[in-house]
Design a protein around this ligand. Sequence first.
Ligand code: ADP
Ligand code: MG
Length: 205
Amino acid sequence: MIRTPTNTGWIEVIAGCMFSGKTEELIRRVRRAQYGRQPVVVFKPRIDDRYSLDSVGSHSGTKLLCVQIDRAAEIRELAGAAQVVGIDEAQFLEDELVEVCEDLANAGKRVIVAGLDLDYKGNPFGPMPMLLCRAEYIQKALAVCVICGNPADRSQRLVASKDTVLVGEADSYEARCRLHWDPEGAEGQQQRLPFGPNLAERLSK
Ligand code: ADP
Ligand code: MG
């Protein structure tokens, strides 16, 4: 049982690939704080409009009201008297989010941040690496690989687009494990095969 601090704030980060349950876990933690009658506010970047304009939503359908922001600095102004501050899809915010979270934690708030740790190419995403270093508590959430059922930590893009940011869900991405994830495999129907063309080639050598 982790003993949480008193008389101070702290940062918690929930990181992982798509479908790993980051938003579900954020919602669970925020709901528990609400049961404890703690003032809570949740933010998400406006870029993520998959589910609703004013709620954070998980792939399983659970939702929570939230404030949409365009810039990380807005969180400083809008956090107000909230004791618990949640932030979803943090990978889409600027690096300034790290200092914003530090300031909120230093001001005595519990800051819960959820976001993709890796982009579809497998590179660290936005401010997430720095946040993971600065946080007191971190959780790596894992999904289930849709090909083999192993724990999955990577997001397989299923559509041919080279943009780092391509907001989508089950039609555009799948959770894959290390073995079945292929960063070059998002071409036509081939990406739906167990082994993308490049990966099949690598394994046959
Ligand atoms: P995240 O915020 O990490 O993208 P969500 O919290 O929105 O994840 O969604 C998690 C839910 O997604 C799971 O509870 C499950 O219902 C669903 N899901 C769909 N595909 C998968 C998968 N491959 N592995 C695990 N959960 C999945
Ligand atoms: Mg999510």
